[in-house]
Design a protein around this ligand. Structure first.
Ligand code: MTE
Length: 314
């Protein structure tokens, strides 16, 4: 007889999971529990859907970005290993042991593999500060002042060889430290092309507002890719592999009609269940237009030669 989730999951999480299953809309949802999605899923490949010409895309008007307050950044989160609700990760007990913390860097594409402690990684590479727009695939956004290391610096230390075509990242998945580690999408995996990983915008964040990352934001090390949807920003990374084949990320694997590999922000291509044209700025009133590549087209568009190819944008 199958074990009931209530037997293996803390009660609070179990109750929230029931709410999540019942809601099933407006948030990242797993296909096994999202019964409504097939019927709403009419724009999946986008090929036969009309969309505005690329010239009509809004320009990044907000050249001076106003960072979201730290309190908001640390209390409105997606971190399913700590529960499905937006407030669960922030409210969870601080059970994640982030020091010491080992990161394994290797894979067939690395000539200099190794296991490093987070303190070593932070000590070896320059910490930079970057204020970036953050756009979740659920159509909300924030502005985050990150502190972190260029991923390119970490990859260069691993001495990539010709097999390093993609980078695959894995989150810790430990039920002792994460109350909802048993969720169907775990362990959380994400990936980038090697070119994306070497782009100067791509960071491994270690802090926000000059403070170490909080557990709910992916302590002690999480990916930042400002031109992509938030689900690419994998948290609490324990493994970085340089690999030959395109990594199958958690959301792509769970629901390939709604989420893919590239997940570049694009207001022209709607999610099957909601529009991506505008976004709700958390902590502010109203919505604002979403920008192509989240406003970073100048730095990243060259990596995606066909802006009408929907594969780049889901
Ligand atoms: N990483 C892990 N391991 N588990 C997750 O549930 N959620 C992703 C991403 N990284 C997630 C994750 C999603 S959907 C988003 S929008 C961002 O983290 C949210 O980051 P934040 O909570 O710091 O705002």
């Amino acid at each position: 007889m199958p074990i009931k989730p209530s037997k293996i999951t803390p009660e609070k999480i179990y109750k929230k999971r029931r709410t999540f299953i019942a809601a099933g809309l407006g948030i990242l949802a797993l296909p096994i529990i999202d019964k409504g999605y097939a019927m709403l899923n009419t724009q999946q490949d986008g090929t036969d859907q009309p969309f505005p010409p690329i010239e009509s895309m809004p320009e990044a008007a907000d050249t001076v970005l106003k960072p979201t307050p730290l309190e908001t950044i640390t209390s409105y989160n997606n971190y399913y290993e700590f529960g499905y609700g937006k407030d669960d990760p922030g409210e969870a007990d601080k059970t994640l042991i982030t020091s010491p913390w080992s990161v394994e860097i290797g894979g067939p594409g690395a000539d200099n593999p190794g296991i490093y402690d987070i303190a070593e990684i932070k000590g070896e590479h320059a910490i930079e500060n970057h204020i970036h727009r953050f756009r979740c695939v659920e159509a909300w956004s924030m502005v985050i002042p990150w502190n972190g290391i260029k991923l390119a610096d970490i990859i260069r230390s691993a001495q990539p060889n010709s097999k390093a075509k993609f980078v695959r990242f894995t989150t810790l998945n430990d039920p002792q430290q994460m109350p909802n580690a048993g969720w169907p999408g775990g362990p959380y995996v994400e990936g980038l092309t090697i070119e994306e990983a070497m782009n100067p915008l791509t960071m491994m964040a270690t802090g926000i507002y000059d403070k170490p990352l909080e557990q709910q934001n992916g302590a002690p090390l999480r990916l930042v890719v400002p031109w992509k949807y938030g689900f690419k920003y994998i948290k609490s990374i324990v493994k970085i592999e340089l690999v030959e084949h395109m990594p199958h990320g958690t959301w792509w694997k769970q629901n390939d009609r709604e989420y893919g590999f590239y997940a570049n922000v694009n207001p022209r291509f709607d999610h099957p269940r909601w529009s991506q044209a505008t976004e709700r700025v958390i902590g502010e009133r109203g919505r604002k237009p979403t920008l192509l590549f989240n406003g970073y087209a100048d730095q990243v568009a060259h990596m995606y030669p066909d802006p009408d190819n929907r594969l780049y944008f889901y």
